[in-house]
Design a protein around this ligand. Structure first.
Ligand SMILES: C[S@@+](CC[C@H](N)C(=O)[O-])C[C@H]1O[C@@H](n2cnc3c(N)ncnc32)[C@H](O)[C@@H]1O
Length: 324
């Protein structure tokens, strides 16, 4: 099984440490222990992933050598407090780009086999374990610079206050919370390919549009790393090379049905660990960074037969805060 005690513990501790994650963090998470098993799987059929990696790295070099090409993404940072570095801008440009003509015509969308899950992603041919199935589009990027800022913050303040000594900190103290809130910065950036008329207001990204029954765009977010999550737009649905955002989670309903309301009886750890076991058992794919995080791909974690629904594990944080 791909579920190791440490992966369950990781998921459990992530939830316990952050029992009320904000809507901003409702992203599909990546299970790192499983990623290793894909990396170590020397399938000789990874040419599409390798090709895309090389293309991305070439474009990254070109962007860094021609800073004017970073201008469109830099302009979107106009209102930010912090100045992004050229490397960050190049990465953001690539994460929010849909590369043209990718050799990935392996999937289609259709009604999910999971009741109430809407559309799902289906294999149009047999796909071997380890192969790239499709990419996850970064139509919009969610950038959370707080991790980076925290490092700066800790360094800056080390001499003034001893943050290592937890007894000195009163976590209930309003000033402490305000001080922390000040340097947390979340930014939404749009890919150039997304029409101005399709771009959502920031509150619509996080809350959806209730009248139009439009879910938050964050429910289509998948984690790339500590800073970036990519959000695919469900209306951009005609490119099989970028269909990763249509993969459902086979066991999501378990967490929805039992949910936090049942926590007193079963215990939150048990709910989380049974969800993770079932979801991983039912899943046949994983979202995984390509080219050191310049893109996100959806890779087969098991052999997939033509016609099968492609499913991934979103992680407990996603479902524990799900309001659909
Ligand atoms: C990343 S999108 C997947 C594509 C989506 N099904 C669609 O029709 O566009 C995530 C959303 O799919 C739905 N979903 C995924 N797995 C599900 C499950 N097991 N049960 C119910 N809904 C699910 C939820 O609405 C979730 O917020």
């Amino acid at each position: 099984s791909l579920v190791t005690p440490s992966s369950v513990l990781f998921c459990a501790s992530a939830f316990i440490l952050n029992p009320l994650p904000s809507a901003h963090h409702r992203t599909i998470s990546i299970h790192h222990s499983s990623i290793d098993s894909i990396n170590n799987d020397h399938s000789n059929n990874d040419s599409a992933a390798a090709q895309i990696s090389r293309t991305l790295q070439d474009i990254e070099k070109d962007l860094l050598a021609n800073p004017s090409k970073l201008q469109p993404i830099l302009e979107q940072h106009d209102d930010d407090d912090r100045e992004p570095t050229p490397n960050e801008l190049a990465k953001e440009t690539l994460l929010s780009t849909r590369l043209p003509n990718l050799p990935l015509n392996r999937t289609c969308t259709g009604p999910s086999t999971i009741e109430g899950a809407g559309r799902g992603l289906f294999a149009m041919e047999d796909i071997a374990k380890g192969e790239l199935i499709t990419c996850y589009p970064g139509d919009a990027l969610l950038c959370d610079y707080s991790e980076l800022e925290e490092e700066d913050f800790d360094e800056d303040d080390e001499e003034e206050e001893d943050f290592d000594d937890e007894e000195d900190i009163d976590f209930e103290d309003d000033d402490y919370c305000d001080e922390e809130a000040d340097y947390i910065e979340e930014v939404v950036l749009w890919g150039e390919h997304v029409d101005a008329t399709d771009r959502l207001e920031e509150d619509e990204v996080f809350d959806g549009i209730v009248d139009k029954d439009l879910p938050p765009l964050t429910s289509y977010a998948a984690t790339v790393d500590d800073v970036y999550s990519v959000m695919g737009m469900p209306i951009l649905d005609n490119n099989p090379a970028y269909y990763g955002h249509f993969a459902n989670d086979g066991a999501g309903h378990i967490a929805i049905q039992t949910g936090v309301a049942d926590a007193a009886r079963r215990g939150i750890e048990e709910i989380i660990s049974s969800y993770v076991s079932e979801s991983v058992e039912l899943s046949n794919a994983r979202h995984k960074p390509i080219a050191d995080g310049l893109h996100l791909g959806t890779f087969a974690s098991k052999d997939i037969k033509k016609g099968e629904e492609v499913m991934v594990t979103y992680g407990p944080d996603y479902w524990m805060t799900f309001e659909g």
